[in-house]
Design a binder for this molecule. Structure first.
Ligand code: SAM
Length: 261
């Protein structure tokens, strides 16, 4: 079988591309960033209002084709680059990101964009359905995990549309979902120290079936016994990490940060 290491599953149907662009709610004069324009099916509609549209494409051959195809468009800027390593600080601010992301690097690219969230208005991105399930999950659901907490800590998340695998050429093995991530003006919950917060979150989900008292052993000198149960910051440690809300994680990590020796 032919290898497709660059996640090159191209959208076939222009009406789906048009719907994605509509859902991205672009106003004239919005600066747009498209990751992985491919053959330009989304790009052609985005260029109708972008000011400018910056496109990052890693594939040299596709870059050549795109340059030709959109040679007459003065608002088109193409950068041949790896979106997983790109310095997004170099291309302005207020960016609206629109992309059919390459699956193999989609989560990594989204995390990197969140790192540059001060420059991003919102991101309307298509990704593997299972990853979007994790982005939108609630406590208690099996998809809820450290990725959910990271995304929802920084962004408002809205699931917009499902796209069947048959809409792509070649069809991938998995279905896709379109999701909008809007960076919040500040973190969703107040935490004293973000490093401690994410350390606690990652530890809590390390062994998903284990109780918090086992996953949070690094902080056992702060555990308190109440009525035969171990607690930390008022949270019962016989619970599993997947039952805690983001606010619960903030409570835990703020206590740990304040009481660490
Ligand atoms: N936007 C097109 C569409 O909807 O048909 C193509 C989408 S395809 C899923 C992903 C695109 O991202 C491909 O054009 C691929 O070459 C490009 N790509 C893959 N890895 C990349 C990376 N690390 N940085 C930038 N572009 C990448």
């Amino acid at each position: 079988m032919k290898k497709r290491p660059l996640g090159q599953n191209f959208l076939k149907d222009p009406s789906i591309a048009q719907e994605i662009v509509r859902l991205a709610q672009i106003s004239p004069q919005d600066p747009i960033l498209e990751i992985g324009p491919g053959k330009g099916i989304l790009t052609q509609f985005l260029l109708e209002s972008a000011n400018p549209l910056t496109a990052l494409e890693i594939d040299k051959k596709l870059c050549g084709e795109l340059k030709q195809k959109f040679a007459t468009k003065s608002n088109f800027r193409l950068i041949e680059a790896d979106a997983a390593k790109f310095d997004y600080g170099s291309i302005g601010s207020g960016l609206k990101v629109v992309s059919n992301l390459p699956y193999y690097a989609a989560t990594h690219i989204v995390k990197r964009l969140i790192h540059y969230r001060d420059r991003i208005a919102d991101m309307t991105v298509m990704m593997q359905k299972e990853v979007v399930d994790r982005f939108v999950a609630h406590p208690g659901q099996k998809e809820y995990g450290s990725l959910t907490v990271f995304i929802q800590f920084h962004c408002q998340v809205e699931r917009l549309m499902e796209i069947d695998k048959t809409s792509f050429s070649p069809p991938p093995k998995i279905d896709s979902s379109l999701v909008k991530l809007t960076p919040l003006s500040g973190p969703r919950v107040l935490v004293k120290n973000q490093k401690t917060f994410f350390k606690v979150v990652n530890a809590a989900f390390l062994h998903k079936r284990k109780m918090l008292k086992n996953n949070l052993k690094d902080w056992q000198n702060q555990f308190q016994r109440e009525n035969d149960h171990m607690h930390l910051a008022g949270i019962d440690l016989s619970r599993r990490g997947e039952t805690l809300s983001i606010a619960d994680f903030a409570t835990l990590s703020n206590f740990i940060h304040t009481h660490h020796d």
